[in-house]
Write a protein that binds this ligand. Structure first.
Ligand code: CAA
Length: 253
């Protein structure tokens, strides 16, 4: 797919990885539909996209809310008249151990609310946005591409029962969509980032982050631009389909 004049929606497009993806795709001539909760961040990213040579519009929606997602994608369809791509990037963390056992006392650590919040945004949000995007792509005859942001945590990571479960689900959804949507000419692929220099990773306990960074063969965190470049590669390379590309500096080798 050549991105010039293509319409690409990005969830979590206001900041972090989403902002980096948006500006890179804008520099290739794409028109961005940025979906996020924070109007100010959305406006900043939209301006950066325009500065980079593309166009962008901002849409406020909670990806976990069906009504808001349906409304956002309907507005995107009427604003742009087409939809060629989606990056399901919005995600949150609520890290915590499953159980804590100390001095003969055993207690539950991860609450149902922490489980549900992550499943709602990181798993249900991907489902809802993917479903709306696929519908719009089929209606307008676009041979579009859906990219889902999974994580190396999909393999299971201590302190991330909720996040790991969601990100494994996202990887499985990607394969399902590659199989189901092939008949419409729609591709789906995923990127599984490792530890990338964003606010999300900066929010980790410093000792935990240090432990991970010291064993990354690359000996550094990834850059958001490296994840954005992987998304660009997926958009531009038509033979990529149904695969999860690990971008972790070799951490999980
Ligand atoms: N393996 C085995 N044991 C571990 C462990 C590990 N990786 N990490 C911690 N433990 C042990 C600790 O040594 C500790 O043992 P003791 O009770 O005997 O001292 C016990 O588990 C409890 O650990 P904490 O003291 O850290 O527990 P806490 O309740 O204070 O914090 C936590 C829990 C918030 C989950 C914290 O451990 C943490 O932040 N862990 C890292 C989680 C992580 O990797 N998050 C990634 C976020 S970024 C991201 O997810 C982006 C992406 O896509 C990759």
């Amino acid at each position: 797919m050549n991105l010039n004049n293509k319409v690409i929606a990005i969830t979590g497009g206001g900041q972090g990885l989403g902002r980096s993806m948006a500006t890179l795709l804008a520099s290739k001539g794409a028109r961005l539909a940025l979906i996020d909760l924070n109007q100010e961040k959305l406006n900043e990213t939209a301006q950066l996209c325009k500065d980079a040579g593309g166009d962008a519009k901002a849409y406020i929606a909670n990806v976990a809310n069906e009504e808001q997602v349906v409304a956002a994608f309907a507005t995107i369809a009427s604003d742009f008249g087409q939809l060629d791509g989606l990056i399901n990037n919005a995600g949150i963390l609520r890290d915590g151990m499953l159980i804590k056992a100390k001095d003969g006392k055993v207690e539950k650590k991860l609450s149902l609310a922490e489980w549900q919040a992550v499943i709602d945004v990181n798993l249900t949000g991907v489902f809802l946005c993917g479903r709306e995007a696929a519908e719009q792509m089929i209606k307008t005859g676009s041979k579009g591409v859906i990219i889902n942001i999974s994580s190396i945590s999909r393999a299971g990571n201590v302190g991330q029962t909720n996040y790991s479960a969601a990100k494994a689900g996202v990887a499985a959804m990607t394969v399902t969509w590659a199989k189901e949507l092939a008949r419409y000419g729609i591709r789906s692929a995923a990127v599984a980032p490792g530890f990338i220099a964003t606010d999300m990773v900066a929010s980790m306990k410093p000792e935990a982050l240090e432990k991970f960074t010291s064993v990354i063969p690359a000996k550094r965190l990834g850059a958001p631009e490296e994840i954005a470049a992987t998304c660009l590669y997926i958009f531009e390379t038509d033979y990529v389909n149904g695969r999860v590309i690990e971008m972790d500096g070799g951490l999980r080798l």
